[in-house]
Every structure is written in C-alpha cells, then in structure tokens.
Write a protein that binds this ligand. Sequence first.
Ligand SMILES: *[C@@H]1O[C@H](CO)[C@@H](O)[C@H](O)[C@H]1NC(C)=O
Ligand SMILES: *[C@@H]1O[C@H](CO)[C@@H](O)[C@H](O)[C@H]1NC(C)=O
Ligand SMILES: *[C@@H]1O[C@H](CO)[C@@H](O)[C@H](O)[C@H]1NC(C)=O
Ligand SMILES: *[C@@H]1O[C@H](CO)[C@@H](O)[C@H](O)[C@H]1NC(C)=O
Ligand SMILES: *[C@@H]1O[C@H](CO)[C@@H](O)[C@H](O)[C@H]1NC(C)=O
Ligand SMILES: *[C@@H]1O[C@H](CO)[C@@H](O)[C@H](O)[C@H]1NC(C)=O
Ligand SMILES: CC(=O)N[C@H]1CO[C@H](CO)[C@@H](O)[C@@H]1O
Length: 487
Amino acid sequence: MLPRLSWLCLSLLVSVPLCASQAQPPALPGTGAPASKSDRIYCGDQTSNTVTVIRPWDNKVLGTIALGQPRLSSLLNPQYVDRVNSHGLGFSRDGKYIVNLSTTSNTVTVIRTLDNSIVSTTSVGRNAHEAFFSADNRTVWAGTRGVETLAIVDGLKGGVIENIPAPGGPSKVVFSPNSDLAYVNHIRAAYIGIYDVASRKLLRNITGLADTFSSDMMIDATGQRLWVAHKMTGQVSVLSLVTNKVVGILNTGPETNHPNHAIINGIHYGFVTVAAENTTKVYTQNDPEKIPTLVGEIRSSGVEPHGLWPNADNKRMYILNEHSDTVDVADLTSWPFKIIDTMNVGQEGQALVYVSNAVPSGNGTQNLGTQGLTGKPAMNALINVDEGPRETSWENVSSTALITVRPAAGLEMFQIIGRNMELNATYVASASCLHCHGARIPLVEFVASTPVPGMMGCGGAPQTLAFFKFDGVYDIKSVQIHRKQDD
Ligand SMILES: *[C@@H]1O[C@H](CO)[C@@H](O)[C@H](O)[C@H]1NC(C)=O
Ligand SMILES: *[C@@H]1O[C@H](CO)[C@@H](O)[C@H](O)[C@H]1NC(C)=O
Ligand SMILES: *[C@@H]1O[C@H](CO)[C@@H](O)[C@H](O)[C@H]1NC(C)=O
Ligand SMILES: *[C@@H]1O[C@H](CO)[C@@H](O)[C@H](O)[C@H]1NC(C)=O
Ligand SMILES: *[C@@H]1O[C@H](CO)[C@@H](O)[C@H](O)[C@H]1NC(C)=O
Ligand SMILES: *[C@@H]1O[C@H](CO)[C@@H](O)[C@H](O)[C@H]1NC(C)=O
Ligand SMILES: CC(=O)N[C@H]1CO[C@H](CO)[C@@H](O)[C@@H]1O
C-alpha cells in the first residue's frame, strides 16, 4: 500500500511542484528541489565517532553529533556502553531522519534531521555497515556484514522487526525508485539479492559480479543502473536492472570505494572514488545496457576519497576525503568538473549523504557539538617500503605505504596502509626522534596478511593502527618501513 503511494508521488514529481521538495538525490532532473538553506550533508566519521553536519548552502560546517567517545578514549573500559565506529549513513525519503551505523558496536541509530536528536538506537547482528529507509520513512533495512541475515528495524520505535536470510554477509541495501524492490550486496558472496519489499522475500539473484567482496554500491535515479564497487580488486560491476544482468566490469583502480550518479544536460554520469589514486573517476553511460565510457576524473584536494553524493539538482558532487578529514565540493555545471571548495570535517569519514530539505524550519543547529573538529588536519605521507632482497615474483611492483597521523585521545593515531608487500612477512615502521639527536625509534610492527587478489604471494596491510605521542616527537617525513629480515 504505502510503496504505491510513494510511487504515485514520485511519478507525479515532474509536474507537481508540491512534491518536488521531497525528491532526494540522486534525483531525476527537474524532480529535485534547487539547493536551499534547508539542505544538509552528513558524514559518518569513524575515528572521532561523530556525524558531521554541513549546510551546503554556504558550505558551513555546523558541528558534529556525538553519541560516544572518540576512538581509544574510554572505549576499552569495561563499563563503556555507548556506540563505536560511526560508519554508514542512510536517510528517509521525506528527509526527516538519517540512520547511522556503528560497525563495531553493532548499532543502528536513527537521528531526527530537524534538531539532530536521537530517535532510536537498536542493537543488531555483527558489523552493521550501511542501511536505508524504505519508502514508508520508518522501516530501516540494515546490512549486517558479520552475519548471514539482514536486519529490518523499526526506525522510530527502535527494535528489530525481523532478521531475513541474506547469505554471504550483507553489506548495503538500496531501494528501487518506487521502493517495491530492495537490492543487497555482500562481502563474502558474489551476487546481488533482489528482495520484494512488501513480503521481505528474496525474489532472485544477479550473479557474475567481478569479486566476492562488495562493500558499497549505488543505484541511479532512474532505477535502471546499479554500480557495485569491489574495493579489494579495484573494480566496479556495472549492472542493468532492466535486464538484471552484469553489463560489464570496469577496472577503476586500487581501493575503489563508493559509486554515485548524476544526470547533467541529459547525460548520465557515473562517479567512482578511487582512494589509492586520490581521485574520482567520471564515466558516461547513457544506455544502461552498455559498458560506461571513462571521460575524465576529479582530482581530490586531499587523500583517499571515500563517500560521495550529488545534490538534488545535479549541480554539485560532495566528496569525502577519508585520510584528510575534508569534504571537496565539485561543480558539475561545466566540464571538466572542478573542485570549488573544501571543508574540514570530523575524523576519518566513511559515508557521506546529501539530504534535501532536511531542516525545513529553524537552522537545525540543536544538539551539535565539536567532537572531532580538531582544527588540525590529518598529516599524510606516501613512502617506499624497504623490502630488502625479495623472494617473490613481484619484484617489479614497488611496495609502498600511506602513513596518516591525526590527533586522538591526547595521543596521535598512527595509521599505515601497506600495499604490494610480501604476503605474511613482518614489517617494522620507525621514525627519527626529534629530541634524541635523530635516533631512529621503532614505532610498530605488523604483518602484511591480506592477500592481494590476482597477485600470488603479494600481501597488503590495509588497517594497521597504533596510538602514541607522535606530534612534537617525530617528523612524519622521517618515517621508514622495512621488512624484518629474519622473518
Ligand atoms: C515518505 O516520504 C515521501 C517523500 O516525502 C512521501 O512521498 C511519502 O508519502 C512518505 N511515506 C509515508 C508513509 O509517509
Ligand atoms: C541466491 O544466492 C544465495 C547465496 O548463494 C542462495 O542462498 C539463494 O538460494 C539464491 N537465491 C535464488 C533465488 O537464486
Ligand atoms: C595521494 O596523496 C598523498 C598525500 O598527499 C600523496 O603522497 C600521494 O602521492 C597521492 N597519491 C597519488 C596517486 O596521487
Ligand atoms: C541558529 O539559531 C540559533 C538560535 O536562533 C542561533 O543562536 C545560532 O547562532 C544559529 N546558528 C547558525 C549557524 O546560524
Ligand atoms: C610483474 O611481474 C609479474 C610476474 O612476472 C607479471 O605477471 C606482471 O605482469 C608484471 N607486472 C608489471 C607491472 O610489469
Ligand atoms: C599466510 O598466513 C595465513 C594465516 O596464517 C595462512 O593461512 C596462509 O597460508 C599464509 N600464506 C602464505 C602464502 O604464506
Ligand atoms: C548522528 C549520530 O547519531 N551519530 C551517531 C552514529 O553512531 C555513532 C556510534 O554509535 C555515534 O557516535 C554517532 O554520534
């Protein structure tokens, strides 16, 4: 019943301006409201454990919503009961609610956009990752990657309504424009499950994806295209939802994060953030049955672009730089698309969503604080790893590491993304101590235990973390990493 009502509204959107303010991006041209002071952008910031709230009208960061402590602070205390690792974000079609997923504490938090207050908090299965509201603006479908089920949550009252089977570690849910169908990707199985929303039954699968691991994906405003990202292999499976088939595979690049869509001057554009290249690749795909064409890229102002979302009139794309703690604003009104502004946001942003008309009255600054807005940009350095004599056949591929340092809990969080190393070998990071006549101090030891797909014997270390006093003690430029030779 309700999905039909919303479909009716959607189908009338083109001609009935009354509904227009409700069309959320990515929106069909003419259906989304022009950018206004009521619009908001939300970013899920993992390390500061916050949601940053931005007013895109003047690109002003209004503040952050914090329900828990930043990473490390008191999370390891036996009495800590708040949420950990603010990560995925979704919203309701009426723009009244956003839903926030905490991957570590397995929680789904629903927030009222008008005043940033918490509506409900629900504990779900392991590793709640990304969720969306169905068209009733109430029921939340949440991908819980650690288990074999999807959690259907009552977003207003809180509580799990049902756990429905979704073998393979469901990661994200997106709905068709009329909300009759839900599409689900997984991190341990190479298929998209298509569910009937009303009966919550799996109708069919689309198989033939490029890889078993897919964390993120995005449907376009027409509901005809679904781009499924594969971070581990640096690819995107391009699906047609008209024929329910894989149309082709794009080799987008290492650490491919999120896709999104925009329709500009009648042309369908697909965007994909490619983190290791600090870029967002831009494709055109007018025919959903044909493989997209690469037309260019938007170079990030910062490091490791992750979540991205267009506004409702398809004139802007907002791109979150995970390792710089910034959001870039790209102008889509003239080619080539250019970055016209950059904002400092909370720490280690993952998802970003744009909600049209989120705050129809007042300025929506209630309940906001400043946790995570450190005023200190994260520092980054890309270094070559000293492998010594390599025994593998990958001596032609250079092994590198991205070092990121940002303040956390009175210390610094020292993060390493190790790439193209020797699988299962041990590495040591060290730096020269500024006050010890340059003595080199070992900082952290780690193992490159994540196999690089398609490169036998080659390993990565995607999330090495250590916490210690770095600022004022070491210079990031002095960091070195070498393979332990006795290993
Ligand atoms: C949900 O929000 C959409 C967009 O505003 C609206 O068209 C629809 O009627 C709402 N659904 C319900 C059940 O209120
Ligand atoms: C879809 O794939 C899943 C996982 O392999 C399987 O459990 C399920 O039976 C399949 N469903 C259909 C309708 O093909
Ligand atoms: C990404 O940004 C980092 C930090 O500025 C830089 O060191 C690195 O070279 C960049 N990578 C690419 C591929 O541009
Ligand atoms: C929002 O409104 C409140 C109350 O009127 C005011 O104190 C505050 O300065 C406003 N904030 C912004 C960012 O406009
Ligand atoms: C590196 O060497 C491997 C194994 O010999 C080969 O398959 C691969 O194509 C080479 N890669 C490059 C970039 O030269
Ligand atoms: C790497 O370590 C894992 C876990 O100990 C083991 O299962 C795997 O076989 C090892 N691979 C290689 C190439 O040594
Ligand atoms: C907006 C909001 O509620 N964000 C919360 C999302 O969940 C994380 C972890 O639970 C909280 O810290 C955020 O404040």
